[in-house]
Design a protein around this ligand. Structure first.
Ligand code: BES
Ligand code: MN
Ligand code: ZN
Length: 516
């Protein structure tokens, strides 16, 4: 028997998975059919006549949001509670996710969306046929996601078919929504695959190989920088974090250039933290569940890459440059020590007082490089599993967002609303900036005990040269401990859909709106 020390592995199984989603006028042929039931009002037509509210309540089904009740038969009919009814795309995505989970044995599903589109008495402004079809697609595909690439016996019944039942006049718009939904679900699934893949299977070098192999299929130019090239560039942050590892670091630069772009084309830079595994370094983390999740410390980089794979297909008209800063963070005889001083690209020196505050060090190099591009970006957005403090403050369902520019913040918030990847803006409060002072260097990589989210953002803010900038701290939202609506257990892929929607809708902030 050979022990595979350096496993060969396809880390993106979701890319080869296909789901046939059709817009139909009835649910014929499906293994399971969803019927949405609100907590009040008449039951929807078409249910068996013996079913009434009392009978359903006796079976424990009141129509409360998220409840499901499967009625045996062929096809299986699944009642899905919608509480006060479906009035937002997020609620619809959730309802379809609940249905898909309840019908987990069925490969072929159908959802009747006609009532959702014609609901009266609710604010249906955002419930267009296109958005409804998109959200239903995302809800079904993402809730059936399971990372089983390393299981000997994969048990999940894959989703093969989904029929969305809609009126004829909505079919055309719905087809567009289905297509967008499939692209975005694939985008999030790719990010999840990358996150769920174990750290030895996905080192920085292997990540770079994968991006180089598949990036061009999605219209991306890929440039990979190895250790020597990072030395030549003066990327002391990334190199300093990598110093304790036997794995080489990689910086991966991605470029999406829309067709027909010219001088007027807006330009966005996306920066992702790609710590393939964060042991804490010399400031070693305790061996607990949090530490065990640190293969996910590259979800920022995964979100940037995955979102960029959707840009051409979504018809994005903004030029996007992506920077993935990849290494693991390991303790060893060669590791960066507490008190060591690193020189970031551009010359800023940073005293490392805690090697577990490594994310900001690798991000700093990329932020500087982004500001140095010949065509300066109209905005920079970074995404990182940066601080446990973000998780303490906002929990696992909401990411922290900070920005030096209101227009960038508003556009990020709008994308988050669309994808239901909640963000909450926190203040970039410069009064805490003094805590980042060092006796021996320009900056310290940590501040005091409190306001950890803000301190980390203030550190990054030092490197954006006043350009419009937004920051997403996804430490809390990177992972789901158990299945939860469209989030499947494990990596959530949080931020991949958000950045795709954000980049697709991006408008350059007004030049004088820069308030940094
Ligand atoms: N990767 C961690 C942050 C993290 C924590 C992500 C929990 C996901 C879940 C980051 O590199 C880190 O260790 N941050 C330190 C910063 C501190 C030393 C200032 C933290 O949050 O404790
Ligand atoms: Mn850390
Ligand atoms: Zn980290």
């Amino acid at each position: 028997m050979t022990v595979v020390i350096d496993p060969a592995f396809d880390p993106a199984p979701s890319l080869s998975r296909e789901v046939a989603i059709t817009v139909a006028t009835d649910a014929a042929g499906a293994g399971a059919v969803a019927v949405f039931v609100a907590a009040e009002g008449d039951l929807p037509a078409g249910l068996p006549t013996e079913l009434n509210r009392d009978a359903l309540a006796a079976a424990g089904f009141t129509g409360k949001k998220g409840q499901t009740l499967a009625l045996p038969g062929s096809p299986l009919t699944v009642l899905v509670g919608t509480g006060k009814g479906v009035s937002t795309v997020a609620q619809l995505r959730d309802a379809v996710a609940s249905f898909t989970r309840a019908a987990r044995e069925s490969a072929s599903l159908a959802v009747d969306l006609r009532a959702v589109l014609s609901a009266d008495g609710v604010d249906v402004a955002e419930l267009t046929a296109e958005l409804v079809a998109q959200a239903a697609t995302e809800g079904a595909v993402l809730s059936r996601y399971r990372f089983e690439a390393l299981k000997t016996d994969a048990k999940t019944v894959q989703l093969e078919k989904l029929a969305l039942v809609l009126a004829d006049e909505d079919a055309e718009a719905a087809e567009i929504g289905v297509e967008r939904g499939l692209i975005l679900a694939r985008t999030a699934s790719l990010a999840r695959d990358l996150g769920n893949t174990p750290p030895r299977h996905l080192s920085a070098a292997k990540f770079a190989d994968l991006v180089s192999a598949i990036g061009p299929d999605f219209g991306l130019e890929v440039e990979v920088f190895d250790r020597q090239q990072l030395i030549d560039l003066g990327c002391g942050g990334l190199l300093g974090v990598n110093a304790g590892s036997i794995e080489e670091p990689r910086m991966i630069k991605l470029r999406y250039v829309p067709e027909g772009s010219d001088d007027e084309t807006p330009h966005l830079a996306l920066v992702g933290k790609g710590i393939m595994y964060d042991s804490g370094g010399i400031s070693l983390k305790p061996s607990n569940a949090m530490h065990a999740a640190m293969k996910l410390d590259m979800m920022g980089a995964a979100a940037v890459f995955s979102s960029m794979t959707s840009l051409r297909e979504l018809g994005a008209t903004t030029a996007v440059t992506g920077w993935l800063m990849c290494t693991d963070n390991m303790p060893s005889g060669s590791a960066t020590k507490l008190g060591d001083v690193l020189t970031i690209r551009g010359g800023t020196t940073v005293e490392v007082k805690n090697t577990d505050a490594e994310g900001r060090l690798v991000m700093a190099d990329a932020l500087v490089l982004a500001t140095e591009e010949e065509r300066r970006p109209d905005a920079i957005v970074d995404i990182a599993t940066l601080t446990g403090a973000a998780m303490m403050a906002l929990g696992t369902k909401t990411a922290a967002m900070l920005a030096n520019n209101d227009e960038v913040a508003e556009q990020l918030q709008a994308a988050a609303d669309l994808t239901d990847e909640n963000t909450w803006r926190m203040p970039l409060d410069h009064r805490y900036r003094d805590q980042l002072k060092s006796d021996v260097a320009d900056l310290s990589n940590i501040g005091g005990q409190y306001a950890g989210v803000i301190l980390a953002a203030l550190f990054l803010n030092e490197f954006v040269d006043g350009l419009p900038w937004g920051h997403l701290d996804i430490a809390g939202t990177m992972q789901a401990e158990s299945d939860d609506l469209w989030r499947s257990t494990g990596s959530t892929g949080f931020g991949a859909r958000l950045l795709a929607e954000f980049a697709t809708a991006f408008e350059a902030p007004a030049k004088d709106a820069d308030e940094s």
